[in-house]
Design a protein around this ligand. Structure first.
Ligand code: GDP
Length: 275
């Protein structure tokens, strides 16, 4: 972020570059403060922390350059040569499509904002239909999306207070057996923090020694003070109670798009598309 703001020339260059998508070029024209909030929401939160508390927060373990962010946006942009499509759904792992590419999956409680987040990540591929089946009693499925020749995104069914056993079996088996799974993105509602049911998913990831990442959803809903409190609490939890969780949190809003570009870059990076 510092590089981004220290070199106004970089912004100018990026906005004119052919390799920068039209959408991202527009983003770069935003005023600095707005740009920082959009691209680096955690650094925005840090500004309200007392200096002696700042070392508690991991902010720059993943710190892509503006060029990387622009490249990742290109990966997520649907073109003739980069098709982004819904592939299929499955209720059992043995019905999952056989896709050789690296895979990332999204899990979280019902209502955490998972489908909104996946829609936001795929906003540069507007024809992708992010299916949602929320009717009670409706079979919950894993939905597979292909992002060009780069990777697969899997939308796992939301869990909840009354998650049926077959659902836990489905998620558990997927997490345990999917060989090409590179990262699990575990969504936590930033308004309410980690809930009991979230712990079930955290324990699953820990038990199978999976590399996972906590994404904090709906950050536009809280005041800065409340968000900061939740961020610090969850960061402390990650620092002291987890092994496999990536130390840096990823706050996002699917309404303001804050954090979405950074998350796209992280996905591109863990699937080997920013090398
Ligand atoms: P899912 O059940 O996890 O797929 O959750 P949804 O994406 O359907 O979101 C649940 C509710 O939260 C819906 O009413 C969304 O409009 C709302 N929501 C989701 N993401 C955000 C967000 O980033 N900000 C705000 N303010 N509301 C959100």
């Amino acid at each position: 972020a510092e590089r981004l703001f220290a070199m106004p020339g970089v912004l100018e260059l990026l906005s004119r570059s052919n390799s920068t998508s039209q959408a991202f070029a527009e983003v770069l024209r935003l005023p600095k403060q707005q740009l920082r909030k959009l691209l680096y929401p955690l650094q925005e939160v840090e500004r309200f922390l007392a200096p002696d508390r700042r070392q508690d927060l991991h902010l720059r373990i993943f710190d892509p350059s503006p060029e990387d962010i622009a490249r990742a946006d290109n990966v997520f942009t649907a073109t003739k040569g980069n098709r982004i499509d819904y592939v299929s759904s499955a209720v059992r792992i043995d019905h999952a499509p056989d896709l050789p590419r690296p895979e990332v999956c999204f899990i979280g409680r019902s209502n955490v904002g998972k489908s909104s987040l996946i829609k936001a990540l795929f906003s540069l591929a507007p024809e992708v239909e992010v299916r949602v089946s929320k009717k009670p009693g409706h079979t919950k499925k894993m939905n597979f999306f292909k992002v060009g020749k780069h990777f697969t995104v899997v939308d796992m069914p939301g869990y909840g207070y009354r998650a049926p056993e077959d659902f836990v079996d489905m998620v558990e088996t997927y997490l345990k057996e999917r060989r090409n799974l590179k990262r699990t993105f575990l969504l936590v509602d930033s308004v309410v923090g980690i809930q009991k049911t979230d712990n079930i998913a955290i324990e699953m990831c820990e038990e199978f020694a999976l590399p996972y990442v906590i994404v904090l959803t709906k950050i536009d809903k809280s005041s800065k003070g409340h968000l900061l409190k939740q961020v610090l609490q969850i960061q402390k939890f990650v620092n002291t109670k987890t092994q496999g969780c990536f130390p840096q949190l990823f706050p996002v809003s699917s309404v303001t798009f804050s954090g979405i570009h950074l998350l796209r870059s992280f996905i591109a990076s863990v699937t080997g598309n920013l090398d």
